[in-house]
Design a binder for this molecule. Structure first.
Ligand code: NAD
Ligand code: DAU
Length: 349
């Protein structure tokens, strides 16, 4: 069946992989990438598909009520896949209100536009909200986040994402708006902005800069290759049960310090340096305030109900990621010029 889908945040890291997955796989769909092109949005991420006839781009801020309604009227979407967000925890600590505005108000604005357009005629319609495991808070040494885990966000980022999830459910309960929510663990892969741990370490190793590890480095994250997240979104969007949430994760937990050391070894090998060269750059720095100790997703539900599982091992995914950064140093240079340098100085000084 033909569909028109608005994908918000399609110029960002995960969004660009979702846009690519959908525009290549569903040639009879119209895919509209709606993105404000903030510092994190980059149309270079979509160069390979930008001329496809089923791909369209609209530059718009999701908090702009008139503009969003105008775009919804113009394209009459059957579906919305909502990824646009302020996504970096450290930035949410220095500028919390930006996160409230985009992640909470922006999501409510999109829900309202969908509700007005669909006007109670919900047959074949769906709002897919892309959220995070951070809404569940922090785990101790054992246990997993399931779909039933109570929300317990700690950072302004995770609180804003939790609020946006609640708004999605409220529109479902109150107005009957059809929705699904996915809560995913840490993604990694090509096009990841180098403010986040893995690309930041790759970039700094390449430039022989210090590798800043927060606190004692014993914080734990569950890492998933970004294309596997895009595939999970495709499955849940098409086959997920209305009104439900699905956890998505890699069953792939790493302590930050172990992951950084692994990256050092892999990069030394790739760059032909001696083993141990990059590890010397590791520097323990001031901890992130309110730092969540451990995230770990139980992805049993999406596996059992929809047959999803990661297709790429961490070894394969990291190798693909490192190769991508080595082959795309121009991309890296472009995104790290200007504003990035100021951000970096402020964050790490
Ligand atoms: P990103 O920061 O790389 O990209 C965000 C995109 O949203 C950018 O293209 C940006 O231009 C756009 N955007 C920001 N504010 C906007 C606004 N007001 N109006 C329109 N567009 C705007 O983020 P990401 O890492 O790709 O994350 C995408 C989504 O997935 C987010 O909702 C995030 O919470 C969620 N998520 C991310 C991860 C992860 O590991 N990165 C994990 C789980 C969930
Ligand atoms: O869990 C999903 C979340 O993963 C997403 O919702 C967020 O959008 C995404 O940014 C990510 O959040 P994290 O805070 O886990 O990712 P980040 O890459 O910022 O940090 C990963 C871990 O590495 C975390 O424990 C903090 C630590 N860290 C990070 C940076 C940038 C460092 O030790 N040093 C650093 O310089």
């Amino acid at each position: 069946m033909k569909k028109t889908i608005i994908i918000t945040g399609g110029a960002g890291f995960i969004g660009s992989h979702v846009v690519r997955e959908f525009s290549i796989k569903y040639t009879d769909y119209q895919i509209i990438n709606l993105d404000a092109l903030t510092y994190a949005g980059n149309l270079e991420n979509l160069k390979d598909i930008e001329n496809k006839p089923n791909y369209h781009f609209e530059k718009a801020d999701i908090t702009d009520e008139n503009k969003i309604n105008e775009i919804f009227q113009k394209y009459q979407p059957d579906g919305v896949i909502h990824l646009a967000a302020e996504s970096h925890v450290d930035r949410s600590i220095s500028s919390p209100l930006d996160f409230v505005k985009t992640n909470v108000l922006g999501t409510a604005n999109l829900l309202n536009a969908a509700k007005s357009l669909w006007n109670g005629n919900f047959e074949g319609k769906r709002f897919h909200h892309v959220s995070t495991d951070e809404v569940f808070g922090s785990l101790g040494a054992t246990g997993f986040f399931t779909e039933e885990t109570k929300y317990d966000p700690h950072s302004p980022y995770s609180a804003s994402k939790a609020a946006s999830d609640h708004f999605v459910r409220a529109y479902g309960d109150t107005f009957g708006l059809p929705f699904v929510i996915t809560n995913c663990s840490n993604n990694y892969g090509p096009n990841h902005f180098p403010e986040k741990l893995i690309p930041l370490m790759i970039y700094n190793i390449l430039n022989h800069n210090a590798l800043p590890v927060y606190g004692d480095g014993n914080y734990t994250r569950d890492w998933l290759f970004v294309i596997d997240h895009a595939k999970a979104i495709d499955l849940v969007f098409h086959e997920g049960e209305n009104g439900k949430n699905y956890n998505v994760g890699g069953f792939n937990e790493w302590k930050n310090i172990d992951l950084v050391k692994l990256l050092c070894r892999l990069m030394d090998k790739k760059l032909g340096g001696s083993e141990g060269d990059s590890e010397k750059l590791i520097t323990f720095v001031k901890d992130r305030p309110g730092h969540d100790l451990r995230y770990a997703i139980d992805a049993t539900k999406i596996n059992k109900e929809l047959g999803w599982k990661p297709s790429v091992t961490f070894e394969e995914g990291l190798a693909k990621t490192i190769d991508w950064y080595l082959e795309n140093q121009e991309w890296l240079k472009n995104v790290t010029s200007g504003e990035y340098q100021k951000y970096y100085e402020k964050q790490y000084n």
